[in-house]
Design a protein around this ligand. Sequence first.
Ligand code: RIB
Length: 320
Amino acid sequence: MTARVVVVGSANMDLVVETPTLPRPGETVLGDGFLAVPGGKGANQAVAAARAGADCHFLGAVGLDAFGDELKGCLAAAGVGLDGLRRVAGPSGVALIAVDAAAENLIVVAPGANAHFTDLDAIDRDLIAGCDVLLCQLEIPPETVAQAVAAARRGGTTIVLNAAPARALPDELLAGVDLLVVNQTEATVLAGLDGARDPDGDGLAPADDVPMLLDTLLTRVPRVVLTLGAAGAAYAERGGLRLEVGAPPVEAVDTTAAGDAFTGALAVAWAQGRAIEESLRWACAAGAACAQHRGASSSLPVQAEIDALYDRAYQPHPTA
Ligand code: RIB
């Protein structure tokens, strides 16, 4: 049966400049290429889940401007259900992004319409309760995320929270989460360890101390996926299971939305009931496929691309 995924989150128009190096505070650098492409962590993850094979719905808000039309068009073209998309007065969310020659990025978001997405109605709550997986991020007001989590709890829908961008969260919100997906920076903030140098004295800074991050986060949620960029991902759950998977090696040109591709694919694999190791590898393949292309929504892979990279990287090949 097709996995049903609902994303409650943000949509932004990404204004992207390629630059040899990222600017430091107070510095101006001259870039070269420019790209305007639909993005936003919520919309990216919705498009990622739809392209990965889910019946996916998006609850969010865009402005009554041309960017709003384009964001809506992008989601619709990916086959994402948009009955819950709000059009609100004022501008759509915008993200200013610089991408350097090493494929790393800097992002600043002006939330625009996303900040006005403050309420879920009864239809939204029924939709959430009827899906297999709810997927949220933190680019919309936390109250809306909390309402979505409560609706999912009531409906028995699995709750996946990608706690990005990094921010501290109250225990009440995290208590409802089934699976937390974070990168090392986000994990450090959620663990309350940003600013700490080496709290357990093992010579590792908190962001690099994967076992400590997992242990600390498991005191707040039952399952954690820690994304490790090109190194893959680590998983831990209360009760003991831990595993780490490597990512397929690829030539990365832009890592923007690679985490969204990973999270969207992971939500689909989870909803399909696939084993955790296979799900993590499939999600890593989605993230790696995404990093090979420029832009956010423009680089999110379809199911066949994920499968091909997964097979190439993880399936044993008979020798001739
Ligand atoms: O995760 C990448 C996304 O972060 C970009 O598309 C940008 O809009 C910001 O939300």
